[in-house]
Design a protein around this ligand. Structure first.
Ligand code: UDP
Ligand code: MG
Length: 343
């Protein structure tokens, strides 16, 4: 078998996280094909089976067999939607990468509109479920609050962070690294990487098959993730500035308390053991030292993080008369997968 058709690089990569969605996947695939074919673009769909325990994988196997534009990654166990999406992103080869839910709550028919918007000169187009069809009190309300908090903290004001359906230019996806349940913050990370972001209302349907994988506890995880995101955005490359502030504050308080102690002793004859300020001063002195050391450790850690993985501390939009390193990376990748000459 020649590998040409499998390996020719498609224009679009659809990424679908799948966790126990055996009933909806065939419908989804049909809808995807119906939406993608008229665009006249070449495409691939990457289904990531996130440790499903129903018949999802068998369904995917069948799809992959009948169409080689269907790529499947099967996880050993359930690693979560973020991991599933990250796996899809990593193997996506298209110039545009579009994640979408497997449950058909998003409508593949919106894909051409997302692409058109992207072509207006954006790097990311985020779907906005303007008319969301989920439970009002347990899903929509917390999500509304969440979106507003996330928007405020990250500085990227979107109506709907949680909508999986989005369109990304490939470079942006390559520059983003996901952890925890951070797929919701993709636009925020994209913004940190310098992306131009647009929002587009998309259709949303109630779930017809299977059940939702999330409940209210998701809200708390989102809030904790937000803390990480904010810290990384504000102090990711300069943690000592963050901890240093507390160190200075504590040092100031320690100095004040100890000075007070000295004044009490020298001018009023009040001994150290008779008033609390001495101990409080010592407490702040130790706390300040701890903050300082913490900051220094964080600095060391940050350097290891960036340098061991050669992560850039900047992102480039264009190169003129220079080869973009990603092309160089791709060349290297292409060389490493070329089989050695026979004989
Ligand atoms: N999903 C996944 N792994 C998980 C949870 C969810 O791959 O651990 C997938 C799920 O199959 C669906 C998408 O992520 O395609 C969104 O999940 P769901 O529809 O349950 O979320 P909701 O729409 O209720 O927020
Ligand atoms: Mg859903």
């Amino acid at each position: 078998m020649t590998a040409t058709s499998t390996n020719s690089i498609p224009e679009l990569s659809i990424v679908v996280p799948v966790y126990n969605e055996e009933e909806s996947v065939p419908h989804l695939h049909e809808a995807l094909v119906a939406a993608l074919e008229p665009t006249g673009r070449s495409w691939e769909v990457l289904y990531v089976d996130d440790g499903s325990v129903d018949g999802s994988y068998a369904v995917l196997e069948q799809l992959a067999e009948s169409d080689e534009r269907v790529k499947v990654i099967q996880f050993r166990r359930n690693f979560g939607q973020t991991a599933a999406m990250a796996a899809g992103f990593e193997h996506a080869r298209g110039q545009v990468v579009l994640p979408i839910d497997a449950d058909l709550q998003n409508d593949p028919a919106d894909i051409p509109r997302l692409l058109a918007k992207l072509e207006e000169g954006y790097d990311v187009v985020a779907g906005w479920r303007e008319n969301r069809k989920d439970a009002a009190l347990t899903v929509n309300l917390p999500s509304r609050i969440g979106n507003s908090v996330i928007g405020r903290v990250t500085g990227v004001r979107l109506h709907d962070y949680g909508c999986t359906l989005k369109a990304f230019r490939r470079e942006i996806v390559e520059d983003i690294h996901l952890y925890g349940e951070m797929h919701r913050f993709l636009p925020a990370f994209a913004h940190q990487a310098g992306a131009r972001i647009a929002e587009l209302p998309v259709t949303h349907y109630p779930r017809r098959w299977g059940s939702s994988k999330y409940n209210l506890s998701k809200t708390f995880r989102v809030l904790l993730d937000l803390l990480t995101v904010h810290f990384l955005a504000a102090y990711g490359t300069k943690p000592l500035y963050f901890f240093g502030r507390f160190a200075f504050l504590a040092a100031g308080l320690a100095t004040a308390a100890i000075t007070w102690t000295a004044v009490q002793k020298l001018f009023f004859g009040v001994f150290v053991k008779d008033q609390p300020m001495f101990l409080i001063g010592i407490f702040f002195a130790i706390a300040g030292l701890q903050f300082l050391l913490f900051g220094v450790l964080a600095e060391l850690n940050m350097r290891t993080y960036y340098e061991s993985q050669r992560k850039p501390i900047y992102f480039v939009r264009n190169w003129l008369n220079l080869a973009a390193p990603s092309t160089a990376r791709e060349d290297a990748r292409a060389r490493s997968v070329t089989p050695p000459p026979e004989g």
